[in-house]
Design a binder for this molecule. Structure first.
Ligand code: ADP
Length: 322
């Protein structure tokens, strides 16, 4: 990828959470009290994860979101700032911050309860107040963990100003406004592709059909991410392309999709072609699964550059025989 003249600017509209991870022998059953092993706090939320991914790769990243006035709110803001994310448009909202309580058993089973808290209070006005930074961006990146009206408002501002829009439609949901679906890039994983298109995605053929359907629904390009099997791209002409994954030792697949989205945004904002950007994003997603955690696993630009050099054939888009 060529280096841009100026630092690429990415605006993310999305969620900020504190993940409280309780490790225990087994998941507590209803009515049961267990003694756990330990409690860890991790920064999370798809918006924050993707913002941190892009910032670690060197982009100028601005997050539009909300945290609470509780103690977690301050911790979350500081976490974003120390990761290099601009937080001028992350407001404090009275009450609780977004929190995910995650029980992880020794067997690897988990159970997760998410309290959206302040994330659920993000408004259209919040987004409009930040319209000047959206207009100044190279790429707008959004997900679905904040109210969709706010997401839609951001997409409208970006489209009016010719700013490219990447939509990561996660978590999976139905009834999404066509304005949001008409993104330059729509990045569903298999579950999300199924929820958005209504087409069962149980194999690659299903992913292809769902991708085509989402293109017809207005998306300009659809990338269905397939975890350890790479990606499928339906490009703006309806052509099907796929890329083999980078070969890496996977230890924790948490936030691979967030890494991919942050990597794609960074590459496109920096002037990469579509094919270069998809390859770059695949490398960022792959590196994220080699480490534990979400934000802690996001790679730096040097690590990505090395992987791109080491595996020249991986992540390269090739036509799919239809
Ligand atoms: P999500 O977290 O949204 O479900 P995926 O699991 O599909 O996202 O991962 C996003 C991308 O990250 C994949 O398309 C792939 O490029 C990369 N990736 C994920 N898991 C692996 C893996 N085990 N090996 C190599 N690359 C991976």
């Amino acid at each position: 990828m060529n280096h841009p003249q100026r630092v690429p600017r990415i605006v993310v509209v999305g969620s900020v959470n504190l993940d409280l991870v309780l490790r225990c022998e087994q998941i507590a059953r209803p009515g049961e009290t267990l003694t756990g092993r330990d409690l860890q706090e991790h920064f999370g939320g798809k918006g924050a994860n993707q913002a941190v991914a892009a910032a670690r790769l060197g982009a100028d990243v601005w997050l539009i979101g909300r945290v609470g006035t509780d103690g977690f709110g301050e911790v979350l803001l500081q976490g974003l700032q120390s990761a290099g994310v601009q937080t001028r448009y992350v407001q404090r909202t009275p009450g609780a911050s977004g929190v995910a309580v995650i029980q992880v058993a020794d067997t690897g089973q988990n159970s997760i309860v998410v309290i959206p808290g302040a994330n659920g209070c993000l408004t259209v006005e919040d987004v409009q107040d930040a319209s000047s930074v959206i207009r100044s961006a190279d790429v707008l990146l959004v997900q679905f963990e904040v109210p969709l009206e706010a997401v839609e408002a951001a997409v409208r501002i970006a489209v009016e100003s010719g700013v490219r829009v990447i939509v990561d439609p996660a978590p999976a949901c139905r009834g999404v406004s066509p304005v949001i679906l008409r993104a330059d890039w729509l990045l569903p994983n298999e579950t999300e592709a199924e929820a958005l298109s209504g087409i069962a995605v149980v194999d690659r053929a299903g992913a292809e059909r769902a991708g085509q359907q989402l293109l017809q629904a207005g998306a300009k390009r659809v990338v269905v991410t397939l975890g350890g099997s790479g990606v499928l791209l339906v490009d703006s002409d309806g052509q099907l392309l796929s890329a083999q994954p980078f070969q890496v030792p996977a230890v924790d697949t948490t936030a691979a999709g967030d890494a991919f989205a942050g990597g794609l945004a960074c590459a496109l904002a920096g002037g990469a072609s579509d094919a270069e950007a998809v390859r770059y994003a695949c490398a960022v997603g792959a590196l994220a699964v080699t480490k534990h955690g979400a934000q802690a696993a996001m790679p730096a630009a040097d690590e990505v550059r090395r992987l791109l050099e080491q595996q020249p054939g991986a992540g390269c888009l090739q036509g799919v025989q239809g």
